[in-house]
Design a protein around this ligand. Sequence first.
Ligand SMILES: [Zn+2]
Length: 258
Amino acid sequence: MPESGALQGLQMIFIGVIGAFIGSFLNVVAYRVPRHESIVFPSSHCPDCHHALQPWELVPVLSWLMLRGRCHYCHRPIAVRYPVLELLTAGLFLFTAYHTTYLPARIAWWVFWMLLVASVGTDVTSMRVPDVLTYPGAVIVLLMTGMAGVLPWGTSILGAFVCFLLLVFIHIISRGNMGLGDAKLYFSIGAIFGPALGVESLIFASASGALIGLSMRALGKLQPRQKIPFVPHIATGVILTAVFGHTWLQAYLRLLSH
Ligand SMILES: [Zn+2]
C-alpha cells in the first residue's frame, strides 16, 4: 500500500537522522575517552581555538559541509573523520533497519555498530581501543545477541571465544603488532557473527590492512616501522561480512563439498 510505503520511508529517514546524530556523539566519545575527558562537559568546542560550538555547527555532516571542513572561528581544518563516521553510523543503522524487522535484534545490531564506530574513532585518533569501550561492549553485545535471538546462545559464546583467542594468538606471534585492544573488540564481533562469519571478517580485515599498508609503504607514505591503525580495517572486514558474508561463506562451502 502506498500509505505504508510512505510511512516506511519516513521511518527510514528518521533512523538515518538518529544514526547520524549518534555518529556525531561517537566522534565526541572517540576524541575524549582516550584523553580521559568527560563526554558530557564541557560542551562541544573546537580542539584548536576552544571556541564553544553553536547548535548550527553541530548538525551531522551538513555543518561540516557548510563550514567547508574548517572551524568557523580559527579556520583550522576539521578532520574528515567527523562527517565520515557520522555517515557511516547512519548507513549502518539503515542497513540493519532494512534487513532486520524484529526490534530487539535491531537494537542489538545498533549497539554493536556504535561500539565498532567508536573503536574506529579511538584507534584513528589515539592508536588504541580503550578497555572502557571493549569490556562493557563485550558483555552488552553478548547478552543482547542471545536475548534478542540474533544467534543461539551457544553459537554466540563460541564465536566470541574463538575470535578473541585467535586474536590473542595473533597478538603473541606478531609480538604485539596486533594490539590486545583489537582482540577484546573481536570478542564482540565473534559474539554477534558466530565463529564462521567472525573468522571470515578477520580474513577480510587482514586483506584490507595488507592492501592499504603495502600501498602506503609503496607510495612512501609510511616510515619503515610506522604502524597503521588496524580497527578501520577490522570495520571494513566486519561490514563486508555483514553485507556479503552469508553469500560468500555458502559459495565457499559449496566449493569445498564438490
Ligand atoms: Zn577553532
